[in-house]
Design a protein. Structure first.
Length: 451
């Protein structure tokens, strides 16, 4: 056996071991090259087999007859660019006349099998140009967020999509969100990632955790207001409504509506105000909305109606005042009482974790993305954290947030505790926390000397 054969066997064994134990490393070392060659070599035949080709133009047929040459073959979409990424390949295709982006999307599963890749998704960039994203391995099995992300004001990375791209929670684009999911489905981890991402931004965090505060109160150093029971939650929500009205008065006073000011400079929300006048935006996180909607007596029912009314008002009017809602719950259906469906209709962003029945998935996606309902009920129980996200545009994708322990989230919130703003309207609900301890002193068997 020659040295070349020994080296080849070692390389093949190393590739197989990496593919089994470290698929991301295998992709970066071997997979990306092999997949690129496979796509380029098989491209024409695969497109023809998938029905993604068009017959040659008539003038080409006429020229072939005049020159007594072979009839030109059908033409696949042009490859404008092929770009390898850390999770797969990105193929940009230029469609031929008569082709449609829907044809490429409908053939995604066949392309996945033909190119021997893990997943294929497509989206139309502009008329006649389609981007096909191919993943070389299951990126949701072991989530590894990229070191560099495109973070912007009120936009935080919270999860990884199944096509390898980063999923952002953008409050400027999608102001309010709903996150349903069964117990042990991964809602808490998703919420921790959200709080950890928002902790480093100039934003006020307001939490309502009626499970006696076990989820949000450990993160109290970064919260401007917290409530752990329905009575306190009612007072906090009504204080937020008052704060919203005060912000609208501030916008009204500084709209600068005069005959000399161009229309583009007229303020309509807090983001049109000057930096020195702009109030801090507020993100309201509700951990279990059912605890706010359930009641057992007439007094509880009156309190419940006031809570739902306040939430509906914040959802309808809060965006321009810089107030954004993030509501979590196991179910969010009409059985929770009047006003719930009105509130749900205002929550544009939907992120459903594993649910126990189809009706719960319909509550999340039935009115915005019916195709996502089937994907939501197919999430296995042994993969907590996997979710389906969608919005009013009808598009949806599978995502998974990286596992963040409560200790890690607490450390991040403590690190950015100085960013916690003081809102006068919510001062009564500011959590009382002790001062951060000084730097830890290494423990030793001998006590330090005393003066």
């Amino acid at each position: 056996m020659t040295w070349f054969t020994v080296a080849l066997v070692l390389v093949v064994a190393a590739a197989g071991l990496l593919r089994w134990r470290r698929p991301a490393w295998y992709w970066l070392t071997f997979g990306v090259t092999l997949a690129s060659l496979r796509v380029l070599v098989r491209y024409a035949s695969v497109m023809d087999a998938c029905g993604l080709t068009v017959p040659p133009a008539r003038w080409r047929l006429a020229l072939a007859r005049m020159a007594n040459r072979e009839v030109p073959q059908s033409r696949p979409p042009r490859i404008l660019r092929i770009r390898p990424t850390r999770t797969g390949l990105v193929l940009r295709l230029g469609l031929r006349p008569g082709q449609d982006a829907f044809d490429v999307a409908a053939s995604a599963d066949r392309l996945r099998h033909s190119f021997a890749l893990y997943g294929v998704t497509s989206r139309e960039l502009r008329s006649g140009v389609v981007e096909v994203r191919m993943t070389g391995y299951d990126v949701l099995r072991r989530v590894q967020m990229p070191t560099k992300t495109d973070a912007r004001p009120m936009r935080v990375p919270v999860a990884l999509r199944e096509d390898g791209s980063v999923h952002y929670r953008d409050y400027r684009t999608v102001p309010h969100g709903l996150t349903p999911g069964a117990t042990e489905s991964g809602k808490s981890v998703y919420q921790r990632n959200l709080v950890a991402g928002l902790a480093s931004l100039d934003v006020a965090l307001v939490g309502i955790d009626c499970k006696q505060g076990v989820e949000l109160f450990p993160l109290a150093r970064r919260f401007s207001a917290l409530a752990d029971n329905p009575d306190t939650a009612l007072a906090l929500l009504e204080a937020l409504v008052t704060h919203m009205e005060d912000v609208y008065q501030l916008i009204r006073a500084n709209q600068r509506i005069t005959v000399n000011v161009p229309d583009a400079e007229i303020a309509a929300d807090i983001w049109d105000l000057p930096d020195d006048l702009r109030p801090v935006p507020v993100v309201v996180l509700v951990d279990e909305v059912a605890e706010l909607a359930l009641f057992a007596s007439k007094d509880d029912e009156k309190r419940r109606d006031r809570i739902i009314t306040a939430l509906v008002r914040l959802a309808q009017l809060g965006r321009a005042a810089g107030i954004y809602l993030e509501i979590c719950g196991q179910r969010f259906g009409s059985e929770l009482g009047k006003g719930i469906t009105m509130l749900r209709a205002q929550l544009t962003g939907r992120t459903a974790h594993r649910v126990n029945d189809e009706s719960s998935a319909n509550m999340a996606f039935g009115d915005i993305a019916p195709d996502a309902v089937l994907a939501a009920i197919q999430i296995p129980t042994d993969t907590p954290g996997i979710a389906v996200t969608g919005d009013a545009s009808g598009g949806w994708a599978r995502i998974r947030a990286p596992h963040t322990s409560l200790r890690e989230a607490v450390n991040i919130c403590n690190k950015h505790a100085k960013r916690t703003p003081d809102l006068p309207a919510l001062a009564a609900f500011r959590p009382a926390v002790a001062l951060l301890p000084p730097a830890r002193v290494p423990l030793s068997k001998t006590a330090p000397a005393t003066a």
